[in-house]
Write a protein that binds this ligand. Structure first.
Ligand code: NAD
Length: 736
């Protein structure tokens, strides 16, 4: 065995320690399934063994299934469809993907007691193993997280998780737990009865063994005659109070875009009407179907495999030694600068936070104190954590304090003169080997780098707001930016646990280019006379987290007007839509509607109440559709317009080498601006539809709606050859 160790003590209790060779984390692979299967046989058949305790030899218990194994199953399935037909291919996926579930059921029915001794985090298939054991004991480890987060990559728990969880708690609670993919701390898991006992780490194994010695039974409650579901029957008053509303909530939250979420509802609903063995088969069948869904394939690839590659430094230049980032300098203690200071300090880095004068710098830090204190008040943070975070941030107006910083990030006003002045001041004090970054959203990095004494050490690090919540960071290469600066930027981003994409220097970089198209599409629909509520709703139905008008309110309408005017000045009047410009002028200058920040934008924001669309908006618009015209609108086409207009822009950025790696276009689109996650991201969306169909759709939209849908040459060529982004530009994997 290479994954497990087996020790049988004098009392006949088997201690099975999961500790995979050559891996830092235990995961479920085909080898693990085979070895565990042998162990289950041994425990079952060896009369000298009284029961088994399973634990891990690593810090965590198990990270879940090896998703690359599931990903490769998708490839085998596709080959089999071609060679042996759909039925044989589907049978293969069902048989392979139900193996783990059957193994856990054998363990559960072995007749001997199994105890799971959870010494650390257990996720997905690892936690499902715990659920199949007859008792679950966790050590009181504050870092432990327990959960079934499969939904986050378009899957659902397929090794009995759905069926055991609904047999342990009320179905409404089980559905929430499964549909949210929550990762629970030990205390919470115990309160939800998902684990039985919490003990200190040094007593974990002895407590587990004592339970077996004390007569703990190898039988699950649902295998005992007369067992009753905690929530009663599906066809009962309680069931009717649960399932119809659950269905409505599912629709509200997903717009039926997530087959895995729909499958969770189905397997719980169907599974609660049958015995556990039938229920497990139902779960396996749905699981095999979801595993073959394009959504699961796209989400696993983007949100697990590719995101992990980027987090591990897939784009880090080889041969540059790691930068040991300990101290960060941040200039500008405003909205963004304070956020960057917060995430840096939270990662344990020392921060020097500079502003024009001591008072403004202190104001930035005081704002942080307030927002962190709000978190403390809500019980989301301990006051000691807040204090130690703030202690790491030193405020000053003195640039000399930047002398020993490893990396310096400027986040001052978006004004070239102000930035140039700051760049000169930094140049006078920066250490010879330190990197200098700008958080600008619109100014070309190459032009800012030219103001710095050594442009090769200058780079863009573009954060998204709010910094603490947004996981993406765009790294922008100026023409002269060198590899050491890129490596240092990526090392910094890794240290603060964000996901980087590396893009080349153009107006709007990557994310803003795509997302501005999204906002503009909303504006153009308004000009067509489509009601604002319909625009917002169809955008959400397409899978976007917020409608384009809400998003415009969040990013501020006055900023939107500024961007429109700057674009017009730089690229000429035909680069902007006159209707959009007029509406923004009317909103901002005539009606003082700046967006969420002054409580008045496309929506009215009243504290303590849900936001409401502003009734005055219709009066500012040139056109209003009649009821008949509205009813004749094709909702599906409206949905497509939102996604296509962003995806076609992503394809352009790829053609222009702004983005050079398909993984980054996809991951960046979901983490940066919430592009419909079930698609796997902008380029995956095109691949999923097929480049040929996508180009046809673009051409149709060009005729109907305008040039903005024009597909780039690259896409037309790919469509003609039947190529996809992820095959044509499959990234070369490098060892991380
Ligand atoms: P902000 O107005 O909140 O903060 C700017 C800070 O810079 C202020 O505290 C100001 O006092 C300080 N400052 C101005 N001149 C200075 C000088 N000469 N020396 C030192 N400090 C000075 O602005 P913000 O929203 O935090 O934006 C900062 C930068 O981040 C801009 O370049 C902006 O384009 C970029 N950015 C903003 C967002 C966003 O959503 N707000 C997102 C990405 C990037």
């Amino acid at each position: 065995m290479t994954a497990f160790k087996l020790d049988i003590d004098a009392d006949g209790i088997a201690l099975i320690t999961w500790d995979m060779e050559g891996r830092s984390m235990n995961v479920i692979t085909m080898d693990v399934i085979a070895e565990l299967s042998g162990l289950v046989d041994k425990v079952t058949n060896d009369a000298a063994i009284k029961g088994a305790v399973i634990t891990s030899g690593k810090k965590a218990f198990c990270g879940g299934a090896d998703l690359t194994m599931l990903e490769s199953m998708g490839g085998i399935y596709a080959d089999k469809v071609r060679q042996e037909g759909e039925e044989a291919a589907a049978k293969y996926v069902y048989e392979e993907s139900s193996k783990l579930s059957q193994l856990y059921r054998r363990l559960e029915k072995s007749g001997k007691p199994w105890v799971c001794a959870l010494n650390g985090t257990a996720m997905g298939g690892g936690f499902e193993l715990a659920l199949a054991c007859h008792r679950r004991i966790a050590s009181d480890n504050a870092k432990t997280r327990l959960g079934l987060p499969e939904i986050k990559v378009g899957l659902f728990p397929g090794a009995g998780g759905t069926q055991r969880v609904v047999r342990m708690m009320m179905p409404a609670d089980a559905l929430q737990f499964l549909l949210k993919g929550d990762q629970l701390k030990v205390d919470r898991a115990k309160a939800m009865k998902l684990i039985d006992e919490v003990v200190p780490q040094d007593r974990l194994i002895e407590t587990a063994k004592a339970w077996i010695k004390g007569g703990g039974k190898g039988e699950q409650p649902w295998d005992v005659k007369g067992y009753k579901f905690p929530g009663g029957l599906v066809y009962s008053k309680a069931g009717m109070m649960t399932f119809p509303p659950a269905n409505a909530i599912y629709r509200r939250e997903t717009y039926d875009n997530y087959p895995a979420a729909r499958a969770i509802l189905q397997v719980v609903y169907e599974g609660l009407q049958v015995d556990i063995d039938t229920a497990l088969r139902i779960e396996s069948r749905h699981f095999a179907k979801i595993l073959r869904s394009p959504e699961a394939a796209a989400m696993i690839r983007t949100l697990f495999v590719n995101m992990q590659d980027l987090n591990k430094g897939a784009r880090r230049p080889a041969g540059v030694p790691p930068t040991n980032i300990k101290k960060v300098g941040i200039i500008g203690a405003g909205f963004m600068g304070a956020g960057i200071a917060q995430v840096s300090a939270a990662a344990g880095l020392s921060v020097v936070l500079i502003d024009r004068d001591q008072e403004t710098a202190d104001k930035g830090k005081a704002g942080l104190h307030k927002s962190l204190s709000d978190r403390v008040a809500k019980g989301r943070m301990k006051s000691a954590e807040r204090d130690s975070l703030l202690e790491k941030i030193a405020t000053t107006a003195d640039y000399d304090a930047l002398k020993d910083c490893d990396i310096i990030v400027e986040a001052v006003f978006e004004d070239r003169k102000v930035k140039t002045d700051v760049i000169k001041k930094v140049a006078a004090v920066i250490r010879d080997d330190a990197t200098f970054a700008s958080n600008t959203s619109t100014l070309p990095i190459t032009s800012l780098a030219a103001e710095f004494k050594e442009p090769k050490r200058f780079i863009g690090i573009h954060f998204f707001s709010p910094v603490a919540l947004m996981m993406l960071v765009e790294v922008i290469m100026g023409k002269e930016t060198g590899d050491p600066a890129l490596a240092a930027a990526l090392d910094f981003i890794r240290a603060i646990r964000k996901t980087p994409i590396v893009v080349n220097d153009t107006r709007g970089f990557y994310a803003n280019r795509c997302v501005l198209n999204y906002i503009r599409e909303g504006h153009l629909m308004l000009q067509e006379g489509i009601p604002a509520a319909m625009i917002e709703n169809t955008a959400r139905m397409a899978g976007m987290p917020v409608g384009p008008l809400s998003l415009n309110d969040e990013t501020a309408l006055d900023l939107g007007l500024k961007i429109v005017r700057a674009t017009e000045a730089d690229l000429g009047p035909e680069a902007v839509d006159p209707g959009m410009k007029k509406l923004l002028e009317d909103m901002v200058e005539k009606n003082q509607r700046f967006g969420r920040k002054n409580g008045k934008g496309f929506y009215d924001y009243t504290p303590g109440q849900p936001k409401k669309l502003w009734p005055g908006l219709a009066d500012l618009l040139p056109k209003k559709l009649t009821r008949e015209e509205i009813e004749a609108l094709d909702v599906n086409e409206l949905k497509q317009r939102f996604l296509v207009v962003q995806a076609v822009e992503a394809a352009r950025t790829f053609e222009e080498h702004v983005v050079t790696d398909v993984r980054e276009a996809d991951v960046g689109s979901i983490l940066g601006f919430g592009f419909a996650p079930f698609t796997g991201g902008t380029l995956s969306y095109i691949d999923m539809m097929g480049t040929k169909k996508f180009v046809e759709l673009c051409n149709r939209f060009v005729k109907k709606y305008g040039e903005r849908f024009t597909p780039p040459k690259l896409l037309i060529e790919m469509a003609a050859k039947g190529e996809s982004f992820h095959t044509k530009f499959a990234p070369k994997k490098k060892a991380a």
